[in-house]
Design a protein around this ligand. Structure first.
Ligand SMILES: CC(C)(COP(=O)(O)OP(=O)(O)OC[C@H]1O[C@@H](n2cnc3c(N)ncnc32)[C@H](O)[C@@H]1OP(=O)(O)O)[C@@H](O)C(=O)NCCC(=O)NCCS
Length: 187
């Protein structure tokens, strides 16, 4: 991980002002194609988007969801930890850069790095895992770059546009994350 090359991002708590961006991003089929959302289009109304954000803000849905903000202050996506298992110290990560102009420029990696650090340090997790559809090559490449390793295939794990799709389960362990961190600062 050569973290120094990544663009700087900040993760901040969601606010109601995020609703319109989120609503617009969710209208974009390219953005939502691989997200675990109902196939209905548009997936959410503005009202549903706002009530989702309210649930995240009030912490009533089990999600620790944050807004991804660039150095220039632009809101470009969201990232979350959910299925937080405090007993076994693991949680599931989800991410979307909603503004496609920011794809493939290192913003996903930068945001993931911030979230992993927060999850390992603040939530004292030992493992952060995720599920990714096997044909979401861009995302898988990015997760491998981040240091995620494959745990196995979840067969027919997502019902998408009338067919079942396999998902890959990947994870990164606290020790791997911090070892990489220390190693990379020398590069
Ligand atoms: C998957 C997703 C989060 C990845 O985020 P991203 O910002 O596009 O991807 P990355 O941060 O990995 O970008 C790395 C790419 O940018 C390039 N890059 C350019 N400048 C860079 C920099 N300064 N630092 C690092 N990478 C840089 C890298 O070379 C790499 O390109 P490559 O894959 O061709 O080698 C994003 O594409 C997305 O939101 N997709 C739709 C929703 C989705 O599928 N979410 C995941 C569901 S499991």
């Amino acid at each position: 991980m050569m973290t120094t090359q990544w663009p700087k991002v900040q993760l901040r708590e969601l606010t109601l002002h995020d609703t319109e961006d989120r609503y617009q991003w969710c209208l974009d089929k390219e953005v939502t194609e691989h997200l675990n959302m109902p196939g209905k289009y548009p997936p959410f109304s503005r009202e549903e988007t706002q009530s989702w954000i309210e649930m995240c803000m009030n912490k009533t849905n089990g999600y620790e969801q944050k807004a991804i903000i660039t150095e220039e202050g632009k809101h470009i996506g969201w990232i979350d930890l959910k299925n937080i298992d405090r007993l076994n110290k693991h949680a599931e990560l989800g991410i979307a850069i909603g503004d496609k102009r920011y794809w493939g420029r290192g913003y996903g990696l930068a945001a993931m790095h911030e979230m992993l650090q927060w999850g390992f340090e603040e939530l004292e997790l030992n493992k952060i895992w995720l599920r990714v559809e096997v044909d979401n090559e861009k995302a898988i490449k990015s997760y491998r770059k981040m240091g995620y390793v494959e745990e196995g295939i979840l067969r027919q794990d997502r019902w998408r546009n009338g067919e079942f799709v396999d998902r890959l389960r990947m994870s990164i362990i606290r020790e791997e994350f911090f070892n990489e961190e220390n190693g990379s600062s020398q590069i």
